[in-house]
Design a protein around this ligand. Structure first.
Ligand code: C2O
Length: 534
């Protein structure tokens, strides 16, 4: 194992897209930012130096951060932000994971332009559990706003209305020829006939679940969220923001130029950026071909495509990479998630959109929860997050008459190494919507999913406890539910939230507090001396 040193310098960079130039907050002046490479077992030392006038933090999304919660990154959850002119050394070891993840800013909406891939290679000498690819490519999907995204979110919070949707989707930073002034720089994947490529696709978008498709070619998924899967052949990838999918692509078609398309998924009435981002797959460096068209970009409301994709993923569950699904449950939790409306005297319409888990809209503290926990600072949070809805109702039927949520900074406490089953139930108080939900500090097993209300009698009988997909972010289907299980083997405070940033902003978030164990390596390590203070 070795030490990997990275310098992430946060700087403004004038960037031109969609016919206009604006300064954006970047890491090292790049959009998307640099790829972080490590091998399983390596120690990563990433120094983040803030040269902009915003507070910043970086989250290493999906990196488990075993006992190193101080380096996890969500602002006011595990750390106070890095203030202008300051720096912080993120220090963590990559343990028991291999594949593709992403890093991104974790404060306000800065992740719209501050994000990049994390590639975790197997330990030296350990092969992939699939044929060795000829080359590997990182493909980062994102969004572009003509306006400054901090202005977009601030305006939404002031008016109480939904924020604007993005103006284009991007593939490695470029929207491609369907967007204005965007033909130049369109992403091109060069391939040689007969060779196989490993595509590491990252959805770094802020507010969009996305389809990814290459004309004329199938992809064989081999890993998601840095966990190997059984090979799954498909013509369409589906990724919520925060999710990663690694697949094999064989250049087995006629020489030519093929379209790559990235388009949004939204199966309800919520506004969406409907512009398809386009790139090209080009064989043997030929220039003179007109691209083939994509015969079928999934329609924006293609629920069936997302369900087939989600239900087809399975853990590899081999001898080397077993799926250790918890078979007993210490904490049986039921969280309803969704959007609501609360009164707001200063807002347009006198109300604002909010989001909640079990009817609790999370209030961001002004001291980091992990610091408050470690130092025993009282008054920052309470540990009474409800294990189930306080007043049960027909979650996917007629909403209750009282829509108002309560505010609070509540965590749910877990003993070290206890096991958790969590049913995440989408509700339809305002608009039922698919929610890509992310848990920090853990991978979980997605043991079941369904439409309508979760049935505690019948649905558990159908859970997959053998080889369910293991990941860190899972879509909860529109007016449906997802069941996950995990073992609380990582002491610290761990954020849980919808990875559609607009919903996080509105309060669809909470945190788990995992206590220290009694054994020698079962405690959160002490905070680093340069940990930022609030
Ligand atoms: Cu990738 Cu808390 O997020």
């Amino acid at each position: 194992c070795k030490i990997r040193h990275y310098n992430f310098t946060v700087v403004l960079k004038n960037t031109t897209r969609l016919c206009a130039t604006k300064p954006i907050v970047t890491v090292n002046g790049q959009f998307p930012g640099p790829t972080l490479y490590a091998r399983e077992g390596d120690n990563v030392l990433a120094r983040v130096t803030n040269h902009v006038q915003h507070n910043v933090t970086i989250h290493w999304h999906g990196v488990r951060q075993l006992r190193t919660g101080w380096s996890d990154g969500p602002a006011y959850i595990t750390q106070c932000p890095i203030q202008p002119g300051q720096n912080f050394l993120y220090n963590f070891t990559v343990t028991g994971q291999r594949g593709t993840l992403l890093w991104h800013a974790h404060i306000s909406w800065l992740r719209s332009t501050m994000h990049g891939a994390i590639v975790i290679l197997p330990k030296k000498g350990v092969p992939y559990p699939f044929p060795k690819p000829y080359k590997e490519k990182v493909i980062i999907l994102g969004e572009w706003w003509k306006a400054d995204t901090e202005a977009v979110v601030n305006q939404a919070m002031q008016t109480g209305l939904a924020p604007n949707v993005s103006d284009a989707h991007t593939i490695n930073g470029h929207a491609g020829p369907l967007a204005n002034c965007s033909s130049e720089g369109a992403y091109t994947l060069h391939v040689e006939t007969g060779k196989t490529y490993l595509l590491r696709v990252v959805n770094a978008a802020v507010n969009e679940e996305l389809f990814f498709k290459i004309a004329g070619h199938n992809l064989t998924v081999v890993e998601v969220d840095a966990v190997y899967t059984k090979p799954y052949k498909t013509d369409t990838l589906f990724l919520g923001p925060g999710q990663t999918t690694t697949s094999l692509l064989t250049a087995d078609q006629g020489i030519g130029k093929y379209l790559i398309a990235v388009s949004p998924f939204m199966d309800t009435i919520v506004a969406v950026d409907n512009l398809t981002a386009v790139g090209f797959l080009r064989y043997n460096h030929t220039l003179a071909f007109t691209p083939t068209t994509l015969t079928s970009i999934p329609p924006v409301n293609a629920t069936s495509v997302t369900e087939v994709f989600s239900k087809s993923l399975r853990s590899l569950n081999s001898k080397e990479y077993p799926a250790n699904v918890p078979l007993t449950i210490d904490h049986s939790l039921f969280f309803t998630i969704g959007i609501g409306i609360n009164p707001c005297a200063t807002c347009v319409n006198g109300s604002r959109a909010v989001a909640a888990i079990n009817n609790v809209t999370f209030d961001m503290p002004t001291t980091a929860l992990l610091q408050a926990h470690y130092y025993g600072i009282s008054g920052v949070f309470t540990d009474d997050f409800p294990a189930k809805p306080l007043i049960p109702f027909n979650y996917t039927g007629t909403p209750p008459s009282s829509l108002q949520t309560m505010n609070g900074t509540r965590v749910y406490r877990l003993a070290y190494n206890s096991t958790v089953q969590l049913i995440i139930q989408g509700n339809s108080i305002i608009a039922p919507e698919s929610h890509p939900t992310h848990l920090h500090g853990f991978n979980f097993f997605a043991v079941g999913r369904g439409v309508g209300n979760f049935d505690p009698e019948k649905d558990p009988l159908k859970f997959n406890l053998v080889d369910p997909v293991e990941r860190n972010t899972i879509s909860v289907p529109t007016a449906g539910w997802t069941a996950i299980r995990f073992r609380a083997d990582n002491p610290g405070v761990w954020f849980f939230h919808c990875h559609l940033e607009v919903h996080t902003t509105w309060g669809l978030k909470m945190a788990f507090l995992v206590e220290n164990g009694k054994g020698p390596n079962e405690s959160l390590i002490p905070p680093p001396s340069d940990l930022p203070q609030c």
